[in-house]
Design a protein around this ligand. Structure first.
Ligand SMILES: Nc1ncnc2c1ncn2[C@@H]1O[C@H](COP(=O)(O)OP(=O)(O)OP(=O)(O)O)[C@@H](O)[C@H]1O
Ligand SMILES: [Mg+2]
Length: 113
C-alpha cells in the first residue's frame, strides 16, 4: 500500500476529488495547510497592500491506496491540479505498513477498497 500526499491549490480540490472518484479511488482525507516551497518568500496583495508573505494557503489530500492504483492516483492529481504556473503544489509518496477497517476488522488492501 502507498500513501499519497498531494499539496494543491484549494481551488483545485473539487476537480481532483471528482477525478479520484471517477478513477475508483473514493477514500481521502483533506487537511487545510499552509506552507512554502522552493521559493523562499513571495509577494501578493493582502489587505489592500503588497506585502511579503511567508506561507501559502493550500490543501493537503491524503489517499491510502493499493500499489496498483499509485500511478492512476498521481495522474489524476497531475491532470486536475495544475495551472501551468509556479505554486501548483507537490505530490509525496510513502510506503504504508498496514490499514485496518475498524467496522469489519479487515486489514491490508481489503480495508482500502
Ligand atoms: N519540500 C517540501 N516539503 C514540504 N512541503 C512542501 C515542499 N515543497 C512544497 N511544499 C508544500 O507545497 C506548497 C506548494 O509548493 P509550491 O508548488 O509553491 O512548490 P515550489 O517548490 O515553490 O515549486 P513551484 O516552483 O512549482 O512553485 C507549499 O506551500 C508547501 O506547503
Ligand atoms: Mg512555489
Amino acid at each position: 500500500m502507498k500513501k499519497v500526499e498531494a499539496i494543491i491549490r484549494p481551488s483545485k480540490l473539487q476537480a481532483v476529488q471528482e477525478g479520484l472518484k471517477k478513477a475508483n479511488i473514493p477514500c481521502l482525507t483533506v487537511i487545510p495547510v499552509k506552507g512554502s516551497g522552493l521559493q523562499k518568500t513571495y509577494s501578493e496583495r493582502y489587505r489592500g497592500a503588497e506585502q511579503p508573505m511567508i506561507l501559502q494557503t493550500r490543501v493537503m489530500i491524503i489517499c491510502i491506496i493499493s500499489d496498483e492504483n499509485l500511478e492512476t492516483c498521481i495522474n489524476v492529481v497531475l491532470d486536475n491540479a495544475g495551472t501551468d504556473s509556479v505554486g501548483d503544489g507537490k505530490i509525496f509518496v510513502y510506503n504504508v505498513e498496514d490499514a485496518i477497517r475498524i467496522s469489519t476488522k479487515v486489514r491490508g488492501n481489503q480495508a482500502i477498497r
